[in-house]
Every structure is written in structure tokens, then in C-alpha cells.
Design a protein around this ligand. Structure first.
Ligand code: AMP
Length: 281
């Protein structure tokens, strides 16, 4: 396993692998890796010759009042996760080299980015699409794996790849959870003991929604209210959003007729967690 920090070196290396006919698999991350990231790497590993994982805490996807400075970082720990997943190259770009001071070109997705996380994080997906574009140009992947945990992000990346003709196959990786059901996240580390216990309300509310859905409930307002009520009953939790949206357009639905995404974001003090489930009628 090798770590590459220079943008130019990464791109040169990628082109060399392409010339040799190797399939490049790619897993972009912000580091502080966990089993969720590992599962994406394993998925990519099966389908490629050269596996690249990137670690970059992307400043352009954080709002000015968000946790860019305190986002957890531990490169040595990340290295051992990558070893376990048999990663060939860790692309760990030097922070200053990714954006010039006068960078002025952005990639903006305009249909799927406004709701859900985009409502409280206005420039977030512009930052995500821009950095993923840059990373794709640097790593030249044939396939890239993204997690279902960030369901909106995944769909926006799929749309970007479709609309801008990126020669990259996007592969979906399932959500990996702690044994008690909490979706793994680098940010879980910042939960207090009480918040950690109470954070189970995300999964519990989704389970309740699935239960009612299986019993035949198709009114999105009723299902959404299940989440709102459960989260309201948890002292340390503050609901950011709970939405039932069409799985393709991410538009809100009233009656569930096709596949929908039930997604929520909940704040525990400064820590914001997300989770989701897909409901298939
Ligand atoms: P992050 O490092 O949080 O930016 O995430 C990097 C990638 O890992 C994204 O594609 C995420 O959707 C994915 N990911 C994060 N947490 C999980 C999880 N618990 N299960 C599966 N994938 C995840």
C-alpha cells in the first residue's frame, strides 16, 4: 500500500494504470474510517485491479458554522483500516493543494440538492459535486462506491455522472450499523454517553415507520409524524428534518405509490446524524 499526496502524481499514476488496462476502483472518504467505509472498500476490491481510497476533509462542503475544524482526523488509524481492506493507494491530498485561493468553477446539481440535507446546508452539495469531480479527474476511476447512508448524496452523484457523462460506474453500498442499530458515522465519536444511547431514536423511528408501512399505511404525513413524535420524546434530540420523498426525484410525496425514501437528520448538541430507509410498496 502506498500513500500519494501530490495531485499531479496521483493523476499520472492513474493514467499509467489505465494505459496498462487496469480497472481502477475508488472509494472517496473524509477519513476517520469505520466499518462502513471498510464495506465500501471491500465491495470495490472485488471489482477492480487497483483500489484507491481518498481521505480528504473537503472544506467546500462545510458551512461556516459547521464542524470543519473539529471533524475527527487520525491518519495512522485510517492507514490500518485501508491495509485491512487491501487498498493499493491512499490518496491523501495536501490540504492546500486541492483548491487555489481564486478557485471559481463549481459543479452544481439543481434538482435534487435543495431539500433534505440541502435545506439546512445550502452549499453542501455544490461542495460535494465539485470535490467528487476533482477526485474523479485525479483518480480516473472506472467505478466508485458510495454509501446508502448518505442517500441524497448518492443520488446526486449518480445524477451528476449521468448528466455530465462521467465514464464512471457508481456502485451503491448498504448502510453498516453498530450492533445496536446506530448507523456508523465518523461523527458518532462526539456523542456523550447519554446522546449515544438516545441516538438510537433514529433507527427506532425508521423501524416504526417500516412496521406501519408493512401494515399498510401509505399516507406519508402519518409516517412522517411517527418520526416527529418519537424524536420529540427524546430529551437530547432535535429534529432537523424527517421527509418522505420519491426515491427518484427526491420530491415530497403525500400518498406512497412508488418507491420512496424516508430520510431524517437529528441534532444532538453540535452533532448532526442522518439515517434513512427505502420503502418499497
Ligand atoms: P464520509 O467519510 O462520511 O464522507 O463517507 C465516505 C463514504 O462512506 C460515503 O459514500 C458515505 O456514504 C459512506 N458511509 C459513511 N458511513 C457509512 C455507513 N455507516 N455505511 C455505509 N457507508 C457509509
Amino acid at each position: 500500500m502506498e500513500t500519494i499526496r501530490s495531485l499531479k502524481r496521483m493523476q499520472k499514476r492513474a493514467f499509467r494504470h489505465k494505459r496498462e488496462g487496469s480497472v481502477i476502483g475508488f472509494v472517496p472518504t473524509m477519513g476517520f474510517l469505520h466499518e462502513g467505509h471498510l464495506s465500501l472498500m471491500k465491495l470495490a476490491r472485488k471489482r477492480c485491479d487497483v483500489l484507491v481510497a481518498s481521505i480528504f476533509v473537503n472544506p467546500t462542503q462545510f458551512g461556516s458554522n459547521e464542524d470543519l475544524c473539529t471533524y475527527p482526523r487520525d491518519f495512522t488509524r485510517d492507514e490500518s483500516f485501508c491495509e485491512k481492506a487491501n487498498v493499493d493507494i491512499i490518496f491523501y491530498p495536501e490540504f492546500e493543494s486541492m483548491y487555489t485561493d481564486d478557485a471559481s468553477v463549481w459543479v452544481n446539481e439543481e434538482a435534487l440538492s435543495g431539500g433534505l440535507c440541502g435545506a439546512s446546508r445550502p452549499d453542501h452539495f455544490r461542495g460535494v459535486c465539485t470535490v467528487v469531480t476533482k477526485l474523479f479527474n485525479l483518480v480516473q476511476p472506472d467505478l466508485a462506491v458510495f454509501g446508502e447512508k448518505d442517500a441524497q448524496q448518492l443520488r446526486i452523484i449518480e445524477r451528476m455522472v449521468r448528466d455530465l457523462d462521467f465514464p464512471v460506474e457508481i456502485v451503491r453500498g448498504s448502510i453498516v450499523r453498530e450492533p445496536d442499530g446506530l448507523a456508523m458515522s465518523s461523527r458518532n465519536k462526539y456523542l456523550s454517553a447519554t446522546q449515544r444511547k438516545e441516538a438510537l431514536c433514529l433507527r427506532r423511528s425508521l423501524d416504526k415507520v417500516v412496521e406501519q408501512f408493512k401494515e399498510g399505511e401509505r399516507d406519508a404525513t402519518v409516517l412522517r409524524q411517527v418520526v416527529v413524535d418519537l424524536i420529540a420524546s427524546v430529551p437530547s434530540a432535535e429534529l432537523d428534518y424527517a421527509e418522505v420523498v420519491d426515491d427518484g426525484s427526491l420530491a415530497e410525496v403525500e400518498k406512497i405509490e412508488g418507491d420512496v425514501l424516508m430520510a431524517l437528520a437529528v441534532k444532538f448538541g453540535a452533532v448532526r446524524l442522518i439515517d434513512n430507509t427505502i420503502l418499497y410498496p
